[in-house]
Design a protein around this ligand. Structure first.
Ligand SMILES: [Zn+2]
Length: 1011
């Protein structure tokens, strides 16, 4: 795997995604935005850090030979592969583990402050096991709890439990441990609790909340605390997590435990990531000793604060001339040398110094590099040193890092160089402008309140921009008060918010009459009067744009001064340039106006997650357990939302991609009978990816049927208009054209139109086709479709099948409710009608569309005509078999309700160039078709099939312990490729091979990040 390639791909996907939503219309703004994007400020070069190599402390066997450990330790601490394996190789210790064992043997309390992956737990487990074995050997052993190990969270206790099983059970007769251990954290079932209380183990793993309960609850106190009399060890793992008030609580807990156990000679042990970076090493040790002393209530001296001892992986050798030669060579060959060659290589040595270790100031001891460089930074240094071109140096450095990751040190079984890329990704910057003519205004991406060309007398305020998603027109995001206008930030909510529209070439007309006359209002904003005149709709009057005059400071000024602008309030209702309007106001402007800084963060993380996992899966050199991503979010609600969002995202992308691929194979169009079948095939899923019980021998056809039914249901739901704002659908990305069977023939069949309204009867077939298709689109996009899956009974059946046969994420959600088809009535809406009723009125959007089509010189089309046309169209389409009467007319008017027949639909592939139009609602200025979001188009078309089987789950305190353990196990093995967790996961849970970690926010402290 080339991690630098993975990084390139990730950046490519992220760039596409973030720039896909906004395409500024204004040339100067576009240059500004694209220039900023091209500079890569959202994805700076990653920092690279090299994992350190620890100095060796010899094998466990050696310590036994030296008389430091009991002989049986040799049999316990070995590398074991499976439960029957007694272990072929002895365990190798690091120097700091050996130091800890020696200190423990001296009877001292101690603290281990070493980094992640340094094997901290062995530094107390070995001494504890050793002490029990020696007591057993010299006859002083009495059954009972000898050591209590306190973890700040259960996941840590769980992974420790697995470790202990490996060492103490595997390879022993009947897997019976020579030293007993158990976990008592509150996750155990009643049987396990009874067993532990009846026969307490030598080593007890718990958490500090449970320990508190054990001390106070009578039954547990009687059993466990009594068994822990004269306790030998009390271990606090991850000491640095106890801060502030919690630190004080834990300090008291330790004291009460000591009292209750009457353990005067107790050894207290702590482990910690680096607790302080202040001062020199001597000072640092003193600080740690002081904190530990306070927590434990007994002295820990600075000499017993044990830090890590590092050693170099390379030995280097020759001078700088050799370095230049190496840079050139490495650049050319991309070789993988032998271990020995690599160690002696001067360039490898230089790279280790650049990214891995440095001598400590003062002591000269090797320590981890405090501030790791980026590859370009290091390449600059290397170029200076060698006189070779920077690009050559960069390629050589990457080559060395990659090679070092493939050269295995047989002594440790690990690569010589294990390195990490730290990549930061940020959202886009807003763009700010002054309130001046678009041709001359100041444009910047730097957040500031006034423009730098302001003067003492003239204060030019800067205002953030939002953009029309359809045409890219910019709007100044402001707030209006008695003092005029001022900049409004993303986070501002309030009643006085709105937008200013400024345009040199298409200013908003000064008078409403002209605006109406010039057709500047969306069609849905006007109504026809009895005499056929167009006027603004009464209910829209208060939302109409207001012409204002504003100066550079934002103050409102008399006409003739400042610039002329149009003011509209939030929520944004329609675009003053292209007239895109939104019928349903969702209360937020997010749907209509895009801000460069505010494109859905959840979507961004889903895109990143999918990109990384995809890249890891493509890497052949990786084993399955290594192809996964661990992602941290701020809290458990976010983890749950984000996992849901990701699964939804992946499923929608897969479905849409599969529909496109299926349609592409049948250019004449997929019909209702075939669409679900073909799309299910195109999904390319395997039984284990969607079946609840993939192992069943019989009835597999039934499982496939369940999937087909769910797919069918989702396909129909996806036909609805704009229900996923941040994920444009197949029609919007131009990849799907929905046609209607036999509609061309019907439009050309003069006989069938003979009894219709004269405008229809006398129309030509092509135009009749367009009119009829527009009406059918209207039914379809409102889900007025006659199909079984959109009925209560149909949905219940799908749900039954889903519950029986399907697993997440393909199963229907537990809270998912049936979506029932709408019904279209060719008449104005009455009061109290159900929401699913669609009213096609002559005065409404469809009526106005018809008027646009038919009202011409020499031919008129009144509201009544439009209504009649709609009614007659439905009658003809019913006769033709494209539509059915779903409910008969009732009462006075005898006008029934209609649905589009699902077997009339033809699902056809599109070329992805122009999005499908909504002829009734939108009308774009000019001839340009609906803009296509190329990121999503390419995702559906080209990469969606690679997302098969991708799934995310959450890992938080909200999930039941059993479920959590299950997820940890799935994630460890790579069966679950993506885990979203709250920050509680950060503390060293055993997750096996991990190559990628994502953090949604910058963590609160450096220590959190280091974990
Ligand atoms: Zn627009």
């Amino acid at each position: 795997m080339d991690i630098f390639d993975v990084r390139e791909r990730l950046i490519g996907d992220y760039r596409e995604f973030t720039s896909s939503f906004v395409d500024p219309r204004d040339e100067r703004i576009r240059k500004q935005v694209w220039g900023r994007t091209a500079s890569g400020y959202q994805w700076p070069a990653p920092y690279v850090s090299l994992n350190p190599n620890f100095a060796s402390g010899g094998t466990v066997d050696r310590l036994v030979t030296d008389g430091l450990l009991h002989p049986d330790i040799e049999r316990i601490f070995r590398l074991k592969e499976h439960p029957g394996d007694p272990g072929s190789k002895p365990l190798r210790l690091h120097q700091h583990q050996r130091d800890a064992i020696t200190t423990a043997r001296g009877g001292h309390s101690y603290v281990l402050t070493t980094g992640t992956g340094s094997g901290k737990s062995l530094a107390y487990i070995v001494p504890i096991v050793d002490r029990v074995l020696r007591a057993k050997a010299d006859g002083t052993y009495r059954p009972g709890v000898k050591a209590i190990i306190v973890y700040p969270m259960n996941a840590l206790a769980n992974s420790q439990l697995r470790e202990l099983e490996k060492f103490l059970c595997w390879g022993f007769p009947d897997n019976k441990p020579p030293v007993t251990f158990d976990r008592y954290t509150g996750q155990e079932n009643a049987d396990a609790r009874r067993r532990i209380l009846a026969d307490p183990p030598d080593i007890l793993l718990t958490n500090y909340v449970m320990l508190e309960l054990v001390l106070t609850r009578r039954r547990e106190r009687d059993r466990l605390i009594r068994a822990a009399r004269e306790l030998w060890f009390l271990v606090l793992d991850e000491l640095h997590t106890y801060r502030g008030r919690q630190g004080a609580d834990v300090a008291f807990l330790v004291r009460r435990t000591k009292d209750a156990c009457a353990a005067p000679r107790l050894q207290c042990v702590g482990t910690s990531a680096t607790m302080t970076t202040e001062g020199d090493p001597v000072r640092q040790r003193a600080v740690v000793a002081e904190v530990a002393t306070r927590l434990f209530g007994q002295p820990v001296v600075p000499e017993h604060v044990i830090g890590e001892s590092l050693r170099r992986a390379t030995t280097g050798g020759a001078g700088e001339d050799m370095l230049a030669e190496q840079v050139r060579r490495w650049h050319r060959t991309g070789q993988i040398p032998s271990l020995d060659e690599f160690r002696r290589n001067p360039l490898a040595h230089w790279v280790e110094s650049a990214f891995g270790v440095e001598p400590e100031k003062g002591s000269g001891r090797l320590v981890r590099k405090r501030i790791p460089p980026t590859v370009p930074n290091a390449a600059d240094d290397l170029a200076q040193l060698t006189g070779e071109p920077t690009e050559v140096c960069q390629a050589a450095i990457q080559g060395v890092l990659q090679a070092g990751a493939q050269v295995i040190d047989p002594e440790t079984g690990r690569p010589v160089f294990a390195f990490r890329l730290h990549q930061f990704l940020s959202k886009g910057d807003n763009v700010y402008v002054t309130i001046e003519s678009p041709a001359s205004r100041h444009i910047t991406s730097r957040y500031q309140t006034v423009s730098p060309d302001s003067s003492e007398t003239e204060r030019k305020i800067l205002v953030p921009l939002a953009f029309c998603r359809e045409c890219g027109q910019e709007y100044l995001s402001v707030r209006r008060s008695v003092n005029g206008f001022e900049a409004r930030q993303d986070s501002d909510t309030g009643e006085d918010g709105g937008y200013l529209y400024l345009s040199d070439d298409q200013p908003w007309p000064e008078s409403l009459e002209i605006a109406v006359q010039d057709g500047r209002l969306p069609y849905s904003w006007t109504v026809l009067t009895g005499d056929g005149a167009t006027v603004p709709a009464q209910d829209k009057l208060k939302h109409l744009p207001e012409v204002v005059h504003v100066d550079v400071s934002g103050a409102e000024v008399p006409p003739g001064k400042g610039v002329t602008a149009a003011w509209v309030t939030t929520p944004f209702r329609f675009c003053l340039r292209c007239r895109v309007s939104y019928e349903r106001s969702r209360g937020k402007d997010f749907a209509q106006l895009a801000k460069l800084s505010a494109e859905g963060r959840s979507s961004a993380l889903s895109v990143i997650g999918a990109s990384v996992v995809r890249a890891l899966r493509a890497a052949r050199s990786l084993d399955k357990p290594a192809r996964k991503l661990l992602a941290f979010v701020d809290n458990r609600q976010d983890a749950s939302l984000q996992a849901g969002h990701f699964n939804d995202f992946v499923q929608v992308v897969q479905l849409r991609g599969a529909l496109y691929r299926a349609a592409e194979k049948e250019p004449d169009g997929l019909t209702h009978e075939r669409v679900a079948q073909r799309v299910t095939e195109a999904l390319g899923l395997e039984l284990r990816e969607f079946a609840r019980r993939p192992e069943v021998r019989y009835g597999k056809e039934e499982i496939w049927r369940a999937l087909r039914e769910v797919v069918n249901y989702r396909l129909y739901l996806d036909l609805e208009r704009g229900w996923r704002v941040t994920m444009p659908n197949l029609e919007q990305t131009g990849l799907l054209r929905v046609g209607y069977r036999y509609l061309h023939e019907v439009a050309a069949d003069q006989e069938i139109w003979d009894r219709s309204h004269h405008l229809l009867r006398d129309d030509n077939p092509e135009h009749r086709y367009e009119i009829a298709a527009t009406l059918l689109d209207e039914l379809r996009r409102n889900l007025a479709i006659d199909v079984r899956c959109l009925t209560e009974e149909g949905f219940d059946e799908i749900r039954r099948l889903s519950v029986q046969h399907l697993a997440e994420p393909w199963a229907l959600g537990v809270r998912e409710r049936a979506t029932v088809a709408g019904i279209a009535f060719p008449k104005p809406s009455g009061k109290g009608r159900p929401r699913a009723y669609l009213h096609l009125s002559g005065r409404g959007a469809l009526g106005k569309y018809l008027k646009r089509q038919y009202d011409k010189p020499g031919q008129s089309c009144s509201v009544t005509d439009a209504q009649d046309i709609i009614r007659d169209l439905l009658a003809v389409l019913t006769e033709a078999g494209l539509v059915i009467e779903a409910v008969p007319g009732d009462g006075d008017d005898l006008i029934g309700g209609y649905r589009l027949r699902s077997d009339a639909l033809l699902w056809q592939p599109g070329d992805g160039e122009v999005g499908a139009e909504d002829r009734v609602r939108k009308q774009l200025s000019g001839e340009a078709g609906a803009r296509v979001n190329t990121f999503f188009r390419d995702l559906y078309r080209d990469t969606s099939h690679l997302l098969a089987g991708l799934q995310a789950k959450e890992h938080t305190a909200q999930v039941t312990p059993a479920e959590r353990e299950q997820r940890e196990a799935e994630f460890r093995e790579g069966d679950l490729p993506l885990l979203f967790c709250s920050p509680t996961m950060e503390l060293g849970v055993d997750i096996n091979a991990l190559n990628a970690v994502a953090l949604r926010n910058v963590p609160p402290t450096p220590a959190n990040y280091a974990q």
